[in-house]
Design a protein around this ligand. Sequence first.
Ligand code: UD1
Ligand code: CA
Length: 459
Amino acid sequence: MANTQLNIVILAAGLGKRMKSAIPKVLHTIGNVSLLERIIQTALSLEPQKVIVICGHERDIVQASLSHLPVQWVVQEAQLGTGHAALQAVPYLQNDSNTLILFADGPLISRDSLKGVVESTPKNGIALLVSEFADPHGLGRVVRDDKGLFLCIVEEKDATPEQLHLKEIFTGIVCAPTTQISQWLQHLTNDNAQGEYYLTELPRLALAEGCAVTTVRLANPQEAQGINDKKQLAQQERYFQTRQAEALMLQGLILRDPNRFDLRGEVIFGMDVVIEPNVILEGKITLGDRVTIGANTVIRNSTLGNDVIIKENCVIEESILSNDCTVGPFARLRPGTVLQSQVGIGNFVEIKKSTVGISTKINHLSYIGDATIGADVNIGAGTITCNYDGVNKHPTIIGDRAFIGSDTQLVAPVRIGEGATIGAGSTITKDAPANQLTLCRKQQMVIENWERPQKEGEH
Ligand code: UD1
Ligand code: CA
């Protein structure tokens, strides 16, 4: 059910100078999802009547990259400050609602924390989300009187030396009845050190009108850490990964070292799955029961069945592995790889767009592309499917129980019959019949009485 009482405005128009980047700040990513998309998704999870995103800097790129999201885009032509940004939303807000304002560069605020602010919003006044930071450098400080009553927020550049010692900070998140917030936004001035229209002046205007200012204390300051530079981006990535890893461990995943695990997407997993250090999972991943993933492995958009073992240093993309397969170390499974059950893939094997049948083994140094390989096949070391003629890709088909000798080139299109044996070192350009030995290599010869050349003077 939509919360008809709530409008949300997300400020995302700033340049992000401190990022020192050609990419708009709000399109930098955490866990492969842009900062702006993360905060929009959290906003949408509150089921508001509408979400308005204020864009400006590089707005075409920003809008195009998030066009799939149900939000209203409003342009702030010149970036004159956070208050000026919020003001742009005023014509589009619904008067009978509360308006919650969020910063796109604070993307990890939780739904529950936002809900707390919305629920604490006075009928006649404003709620602010505040927190205590050990290092408040650069942030707006909350100033209170002797009794602890809220007075105002002061920006770092406008603060007195005493105020700079204050550790209570403003997170950037406010919520107030729309009619009131709209009026206050229209009354902001830019009479401050930065010559900007500050959102942080709203509570001062509220107090001047005798309205209530409620401060809501955020228990976990890390949620509200803004991202202004690459250092903070990395810190928030780690915080996000830690939070995710902890949730996964509580769901039963064994992470040998949660600090050396990255999930940039979603993982569904069975019982007793073990993930060794330095594993990266991306996109949509499904892992069956008792899967083991060795150290330094990257898996993208793939499904692994029960009891699959991935040894160290593998890269697996858009592949499907059935039960009891073993892969690696040092194997690369490229998009379109399908391994049926009990397949063994060894070191330095690359497979692309190929299906490998039950119990087939490809243990060493091979390239298999555009191939359909049957069951119980043995592919010797150094086997290459020559699938590309420079223009087109051609298929290789290998029947059940075939045995391909080492260092064989299979020049596609080509078919190897069931039970066929290919002699080592062959270049196969024509179909090989079932159950026969096919080989293509020069006869071995011996040159008798041949002498090695010798250096002069040596005998
Ligand atoms: C702001 C707050 C500060 C607070 C801190 C929390 C103000 C004046 N200061 O400082 O009190 O402690 O966040 O992280 O509000 N933006 C626009 N248009 C503009 C300017 C900014 O859309 O003209 C957007 C930015 O894209 C960004 C957000 O507003 O997403 C915050 O702006 P930023 O410049 O990062 O503010 P801070 O200096 O971090
Ligand atoms: Ca900021």
